[in-house]
Design a protein around this ligand. Structure first.
Ligand code: GUN
Length: 283
C-alpha cells in the first residue's frame, strides 16, 4: 500500500487559522504583532524565502518589515540595526535570513537579537533552553516537523527516530524535540559510514541533509514515517527534496512531499513564534 501523504500545506493552513483568534485578541488590546527580517546579500533563494515570510505575515494580519544590507555587508551594521529593532515597540520578532554572505559570522549577528524577540529560535539562549527542556522559541523547521508527525498520529515515544543531517537550523533541534518526546534518537551525517544500515532502522526518518534524493526506497523500513526537510533546486530548476519521493512512497507508511510538506510549516511556525513574542509583552 502506498504511503499516506502528509499534506503540509493543509496542516500549515490550520495552524494559521488557529492563530487568528490570538491575533484578534492582541488587536483588541491594541497590539499588532510585528516581524523584522534582516536580509543581507543577494542570494535569490534567501530573497524568495523572505518574500514568502512577508506575504505570510500580511495574510495573518501581522506587521512586517525587511531590512536589506547589500554586499559587502558589515557585521557591525547588522548588529546596530538589530539593536535598534530590539528597542522598537512595533517589532516583536526579529529574524536574520541565513546563510549570511561572505565572512559574516552568523552566531555573532544572531547574538545581537534580544532573546525575547528571537522568532527563529537560533539565539544561543533559545537553543540552550531547548537543550535544557526549558520553554523558549523553537526553530520553525523542526517545530514544523514535529507538528506534521503529530498531525499524522505517528507514535513517537519508544520509537527509533533517525535524523540525517546535523544543522543547527533543522537536524540538531529536530533530534532534541524527538528526544523530548521519548524517541530513541540517532543523528547521521556525511561521515556516517553505512547510512542505509542506520536509516533502515528508523520508525521515523527525518531527511535534512540538503542532498537531492539522498534517501531511496532501499534505505527505508517498511511502514516508516518519512519527513523530508530538503529543498534542493536541480539543474532543471525543479525543486527536489532529500527523499526520492516516487520510490519511497511505495515503502513508507507516511511521507511528506516537496514542495507542500515541511516548507509551509516553517513559515507557519515563524508566525506562531512572532505572535507568542507579542503575547509575552503583555506579561
Ligand atoms: N535559512 C534556511 N532556513 C532558515 C530559517 O528557517 N530561518 C532563517 N532565518 N534562515 C533560514
Amino acid at each position: 500500500m502506498p504511503a499516506k501523504i502528509i499534506d503540509g500545506k493543509a496542516v500549515a493552513e490550520s495552524v494559521r487559522a488557529a492563530l487568528q483568534t490570538r491575533v484578534a485578541a492582541l488587536a483588541a488590546r491594541g497590539i499588532r504583532p510585528g516581524l523584522a527580517a534582516i536580509l543581507a546579500g543577494a542570494d535569490p533563494a534567501s530573497r524568495l524565502y523572505v518574500r514568502n515570510k512577508v506575504r505570510a505575515c500580511g495574510e495573518a494580519g501581522l506587521h512586517s518589515e525587511v531590512h536589506e544590507f547589500p554586499e559587502p555587508a558589515c557585521e557591525n551594521a547588522l548588529r546596530e540595526r538589530i539593536a535598534k529593532l530590539n528597542g522598537d515597540r512595533r517589532i516583536h520578532g526579529i529574524l536574520v535570513q541565513l546563510p549570511l554572505p561572505g565572512k559574516l559570522d552568523a552566531s555573532r549577528v544572531l547574538a545581537a537579537i534580544a532573546p525575547a524577540k528571537d522568532a527563529d529560535g537560533f539565539h544561543a539562549e533559545s537553543l540552550g533552553a531547548l537543550v535544557q527542556g526549558r520553554p523558549g522559541f523553537v526553530p520553525g523547521t523542526p517545530a514544523g516537523v514535529m507538528a506534521l508527525i503529530e498531525h499524522a498520529g505517528v507514535p513517537i515515544a519508544g520509537r527509533h527516530a533517525v535524523i540525517v543531517g546535523r544543522s543547527t537550523i533543522a537536524g540538531k533541534p529536530a533530534a532534541l524535540l524527538l528526544l523530548q518526546r521519548d524517541a530513541t534518537v540517532t543523528i547521521c551525517h556525511s561521515k556516517t559510514p553505512d547510512l542505509a544500515a542506520v536509516t533502515r532502522q528508523a520508525d521515523i526518518l527525518v531527511a535534512a541533509a540538503g542532498r537531492a534524493k539522498l534517501i531511496t526506497a532501499g534505505m527505508v523500513k517498511p511502514g516508516a514515517c518519512v519527513i523530508d526537510v530538503g529543498i534542493n533546486r536541480g539543474a532543471d530548476g525543479k525543486l527536489a527534496g532529500d527523499v526520492d519521493f516516487d520510490s519511497v512512497q511505495d515503502v513508507a507508511g507516511w511521507i511528506t512531499p516537496v514542495p507542500g510538506g515541511v516548507g509551509p510549516m516553517t513559515v507557519a511556525m515563524l508566525l506562531v513564534n512572532t505572535v507568542k513574542a507579542a503575547e509575552q509583552t503583555l506579561g
